[in-house]
Every structure is written in structure tokens, then in C-alpha cells.
Design a protein. Structure first.
Length: 656
């Protein structure tokens, strides 16, 4: 099972944390156009462990012996080829650092080079591992239980769903069933940044999947887990992890605080696309993404996990709790069947030829990182870049696997079954999306199409997948990439597993592109004609004042105006978020309320046109041409209502 090139944001949105894909923007615009609208032991110590200090390790392990040269070369090559401003990487073996490397610049304008020991990176969703560890510390102390209803640990009501309670195990494995939340996910300043308590209480999403039934990656789940740590420990979340994790391990540069001290020379500048420097990014809730650290300091945390919870005399977790974190939790059917999903906090692969892998990625707008543990070989690799664009972690990890001689996935024997291929073909969406808000439209644009390939098997994107076992298909060019379909008792596909972090769910037929695109095309066309007819009628009446007011035509024009303004405002909002995910703030609420208002003007006009048409028809005061035009307007108006209602355009919810 592929792990999405090591990124934890292998999801419907291209950031995890979260940026709308360009594909969505292109699709939505096309529809409108078509429709005519070191860890060093002391500060300053060498980053690399000198051979004389660890002669046994280097002499007995040829991988460790050449690790520094390998890491220097592959990191520098990726930074240059992908035009990354700066990046760092650290490699560990059995809790000892064997190599650390930096390439490029932490601040290009000031000519400050990346130093893996001194340069701090924003590590994004890798923060979730710290949050999970904090929870497990409180489990160790008997203050928390992973399988108790979380309402026992909070001071506000958290509804379950589908007759099931939500537990900490659900939160930490992303199986609580929450619709996702994108409001305030990234912020360019602290204007709208909320305290953790206010965030989890204000932005609580609905439960849309039965807890334990569906892997749906959730930032809110981890924010809530962090709040539970805060509420139960009696310390702020940031202070708790500082006192209980960072300080004991000697992670002097690590913090969850926002902002960092002004002018801190250790913090790398973050670069937007085009390598333009960006602002300090505030993360909406610290537990899911606010971690800042040098890579050598963060490596101490991974070293502690490799050593069963202890590093240089400081124990942060019992060996039993560490083992549980690094054990795949069979919480949902896809994880149970494929051996791919989540441990406690960690994303995990357990069925690959290289054995068990535990990892997590972290994406902000400007920084992209990944940290992987190869549990059976004892290696760990941590990588971070300070530039938006191509994620280099996946390529470096694959290069290390080759360098270390890890076993690779082998091509399976193709066993064609045309009937099965036809039965699983369709469009699938990632359950990590905001189904309760106006951002639900992402499901329409970002569904994954899986079709029957002319040469047999399946096609997804540009790749052909050959059937190698019942409901299991392998990429013919990359043997580590699989599509595994889960079916119910009747043989109907209910999920496809194609990534560690997620599953795909079949797109309901009425929400598919095949239905929705013609629907919106018909609605927009009809409303444009209604608007034109209303304008013509109004102008005619102004010049011919001896004639009665053409009420039906004027109401038709109002209906068209309301719909088109509503749709235009909706499109502008969505595309604005696509272009700037830091704009998901209350500043957008006025524009959202405005297009919602015009949507309800459209519905009121549709009801008025229906009444006027019925009255005139009953009085036999409507001709065949007028009757036909009015019928088209009414039908296209109903199509518009269906579209707007399906994608939550008319909702009064501003929590997206």
C-alpha cells in the first residue's frame, strides 16, 4: 500500500492540513464557462556522531558507515532539482543519530544556510505525534483511558453518532467519524487565532460516519485530544508538552507556542510558490500542527521511541505505551483488511516487504515534512523543507530504501476478471472533506475516477492497475501502489483503500459529475435566459407605459438574477480559498452571507413565478410560447435549487 509519498496530507485537499487542488478550480471554472458564466549532546557540538564515539555501530553497519555521504548527496540533489530554497534531514539507527544534513538556505536574502542543528522548521501535522504521546502519558498515569467516552474528560457536550460513543482511540486513529473543519486552519497573523478551548467548542463539526467505521483524517480530532490533555492535566497544552516531553528530552528548540520570539534567527523563513517569502503561519489549533523544532532536536523524540520511551536517562513513556502507539489499530474495516492505517497517532504500513513502517507527514502552506520509522530495520529518517511546491521527502525515502537494501514490492501475477473490474469501476471521494459546509463542493471536483482499462484491469489517472487477487489491483509500473476494494455481503463495493491516510468512498450517483455538471449547465442556461427576458420586459414596459406590468417576466428576471449572483459569489469564495488557504477566516463571512441572501431571493422568486404561472394558467391567460418559456424557467430553477441545496450553498452555517 503506498503512503502517498510520505505526506500525511494525501487527501482530497492537497494540504493537511489543506489547500484546494488546482484541478478543482479548473473543473469549476470549466463548468461555469461551459454554461456561459545533534542532536548534539551540548550546544555547538558536532552534528555527526564521530566514529571514535560509536565505532561499533559504524564498523558493523555499512549503511551507517556511508550514511552521511548518502544523505548529503541525495538531499542536495533534490533541493537543486526541485528548486527548494532550503531543507534538512536526519537519519537514526536504533536511537542513535548517524547522519544529519542541510542544503540550501534558511534565509536566502540574508544568505543564511540551513543547519540541521540550528535551523528550526515548522513541522505541521507531525505535531500530532506529540499530542498522541501526551495522551499516552496520561494513560500511563491512569488519568485517561483510550476506550472511555471522551465526554468523561471534557467540560462540554460531545455528541457521538449512529448510536456509538467517541473515544480517545477513535480520535487518535482518525476514525471518530467527523466532517472536516478548514476554518482558521492557517492564519497569516494572530487576528483570528483562538485559545484551544474556544477553538474546539466553536468549531465542533458533526459526526457523519459511525465511529470506528471509516478512516477520515481529522485535524479537529487531534485538537480535541490536545484539549483533553489540557483539561485533565490542569496545564495549558503548550506548557504540558514543554514540561513533560520537550524539556526531559533536551529538545531546547522545540515549542508549540505561537508566535515565536520576534527576530529569532533560528527559525527558517517559509517560502510560498515561486520562492517568495511568506508570513509566519499561525496554526488554528496547536495540537494538530504548531510544532517548531530543529530536526536534530526532534530526532531526540524519535530516538526515545526507538528506545522504548527513554532517551539519555529521561523516560517520557512506558515501553508498553510506546509499543501500543506503534501497533496498527484495527479500528475500521479497511485497516483490518489491508494492514494499512493508523496506530496511536502514527500512520502505519504493516504488509509491505520491508516490514512495519510508522510515519507521519506535516504540511503547512510553506513547510513540508515527513518522519518515518522502519521498525523492523531500526532506522528513522526525518526530512523537512521550507518551500511550497514539490515534496522531496518521498523521493529521499525511496532512495534510502534502495541504499539500505530494503526488500521491494514485486509485481504480482495478473489474474484478469473483466466482470469484477467492471463492478468496481466508478468515482470515489475521500471522506476527509467538509460535508457540513459550503466546502462540500470539493467532493464533486476531486473525486477519483477508476475505469476499466482497455488492456485489462483498471485505470486511475495515468496508471494502469492489474488485478493480482480478488478485489486487489497493483500499479503495473510501481509495485508498491495498490487499490484494494472492500465489499459488503452482497458484493457491492463500499470502500477502496489506496493510501495509508485515507480510503475512497463511492460517490453517490446523484452527486456525481455525470449528474451535477449537466444539472448546473441547464440551471445556468435557463437562468441566463430568464434574466435576459426579464430585462427585455422591464425595458419594454418603461418605453410602453400604456401596457400592464409583465409580472411573470419580471419575476423570472429576478429569479435569474438571484441565482446567478448567488452562484457567482459562491464560485468566487471557493476559488478565493483555492488561491489563498490563509483566507479561511471570518473576513469572508460577509461575502458568504451576501451570496446566501441572493440564493434565497432566487428561491422566493421561483415560488412567486410558480404561483403567477399557476394563476394565469387556471385563468387561461397564458399563451403556448409564454407557457413553454415559463416551464423551462421553472425546471431550470428547480435544477438550480437542487444544485445549491446539494452543495450546502443555501446553508446559514459559517463554520467550514
Amino acid at each position: 500500500m503506498k503512503k502517498s509519498d510520505g505526506m500525511d496530507e494525501a487527501i482530497a485537499l492537497s494540504r493537511p492540513g489543506l489547500r484546494w487542488s488546482a484541478y478543482f478550480a479548473q473543473l469549476f471554472l470549466a463548468v461555469l464557462l461551459f454554461s456561459s458564466v545533534g542532536f548534539a549532546q551540548t550546544e555547538g557540538a558536532p552534528v555527526i556522531i564521530p566514529a571514535e564515539e560509536d565505532t561499533a555501530l559504524l564498523s558493523s553497519d555499512p549503511v551507517a558507515e556511508g550514511a552521511q555521504t548518502f544523505l548529503d548527496q541525495v538531499l542536495a540533489a533534490e533541493v537543486e532539482e526541485r528548486e527548494i530554497v532550503g531543507a534538512a534531514a536526519v537519519l537514526l539507527k536504533d536511537g542513535e543519530m548517524i547522519a544529519a544534513s542541510g542544503a540550501g538556505f534558511a534565509d536566502a536574502a540574508a544568505n543564511i544556510a540551513v543547519d540541521p542543528e540550528a535551523t528550526r522548521f515548522r513541522l505541521g501535522s507531525i505535531s500530532k505525534l506529540i499530542t498522541a504521546t501526551a495522551v499516552m502519558q496520561l494513560v500511563d498515569r491512569g488519568d485517561l483511558d483510550l476506550d472511555t467516552d471522551i465526554n468523561a474528560y471534557v467540560d462540554f457536550d460531545i455528541p457521538g453518532g449512529f448510536g456509538e460513543e467517541i473515544t480517545l482511540r477513535h480520535l487518535l486513529t482518525h476514525t471518530a467519524g467527523y466532517s472536516d473543519v478548514y476554518s482558521l486552519i492557517f492564519l497569516p497573523d494572530d487576528t483570528y487565532h483562538l485559545p484551544l478551548e474556544d477553538y474546539v467548542k466553536t468549531y465542533q463539526p458533526p459526526v457523519v460516519y459511525a465511529p470506528g467505521s471509516t478512516l477520515a483524517y481529522s485535524n479537529y480530532s487531534m485538537a480535541l485530544a490536545g484539549y483533553i490533555v489540557q483539561n485533565v492535566s490542569g496545564q495549558s497544552y503548550e506548557k504540558y508538552v514543554q514540561d513533560q516531553i520537550f524539556r526531559p528530552l533536551g529538545m531546547a528548540s522545540a515549542t508549540m507556542m505561537q508566535p515565536l520570539p520576534e527576530g529569532d534567527p533560528a527559525l527558517s523563513v517559509g517560502y510560498m510558490r515561486g520562492n517568495q517569502p511568506g508570513p509566519f503561519e499561525y496554526i488554528g489549533a496547536e495540537p494538530y500542527g504548531a510544532l517548531t523544532s530543529t530536526l536534530t532536536d526532534f530526532a531526540k523524540f524519535y530516538a526515545a521511541l526507538q528506545r522504548g520511551g527513554e532517551f539519555e536517562g529521561a523516560r517520557i513513556l512506558s515501553a508498553e505505551r510506546v509499543a501500543e502507539m506503534l501497533t496498527l489499530q484495527d479500528m475500521d474495516p479497511a485497516t483490518e483488511k489491508t494492514g494499512s492505517g493508523f496506530g496511536i497517532g502514527f500512520a502505519m504500513e504493516t504488509s509491505g516487504p520491508a516490514g512495519r513502517e510508522a510515519f507521519h507527514g506535516g504540511d503547512t502552506v510553506q513547510f513540508h515534512s515527513n518522519a518515518t520509522l522502519w521498525l523492523d530495520q531500526g532506522y528513522a529518517l526525518i526530512i523537512s523543507q521550507n518551500t511550497d511546491g514539490w515534496r522531496i521527502a518521498g523521493a529521499i525515502e525511496r532512495a534510502f530504501e534502495d541504499y539500505a537494501g530494503f526488500p521491494k514490492s514485486a509485481p504480482g501475477t495478473e489474474v484478469p476478471d473483466a466482470a469484477e473490474a467492471k463492478s468496481v469501476a466508478g468515482t470515489y471521494f475521500n471522506p476527509r472533506y467538509s460535508s457540513h459546509s459550503i466546502l462540500k463542493i470539493a467532493q464533486l471536483a476531486q473525486g477519483r475516477s477508476i475505469a476499466v482499462h482497455p488492456d485489462g484491469g483498471l485505470q486511475s489517472g495515468r496508471s494502469r492497475f492489474a488485478r493480482i487477487a480478488p478485489f486487489t489491483y497493483q500499479d503495473v509500473e510501481r509495485a508498491d501502489r495498490l487499490l484494494i476494494f472492500l465489499t459488503d455481503e452482497s458484493g457491492k463495493v463500499i470502500q477502496v483503500k489506496d493510501s495509508t491516510y485515507s480510503v475512497g468512498l463511492p460517490v453517490p450517483f446523484l452527486e456525481s459529475q455525470a449528474v451535477q455538471f449537466p444539472l448546473i449547465g441547464f440551471a445556468v442556461t435557463g437562468m441566463l435566459v430568464a434574466l435576459v427576458c426579464g430585462l427585455v420586459a422591464l425595458i419594454t414596459r418603461l418605453f410602453r407605459q400604456d401596457r400592464p406590468w409583465p409580472k411573470r417576466w419580471l419575476v423570472s428576471g429576478l429569479m435569474g438574477t438571484g441565482f446567478l449572483v448567488c452562484l457567482g459569489g459562491f464560485a468566487a469564495t471557493i476559488l478565493g480559498i483555492q488561491n489563498d488557504v490563509m483566507s479561511m477566516t471570518p473576513e469572508r463571512n460577509t461575502a458568504i452571507r451576501l451570496f446566501q441572501l441572493f440564493g434565497w431571493v432566487f428561491i422566493a422568486a421561483l415560488v412567486g413565478l410558480s404561483w403567477l404561472s399557476y394563476r394565469d394558467w387556471m385563468a387561461r391567460q397564458i399563451g403556448w410560447l409564454s407557457s413553454a418559456a415559463t416551464s423551462v424557467f421553472l425546471l431550470s430553477g428547480l435544477a438550480g435549487v437542487w444544485f445549491l441545496a446539494t452543495w450546502n450553498v443555501l446553508t446559514f452555517n459559517l463554520r467550514y
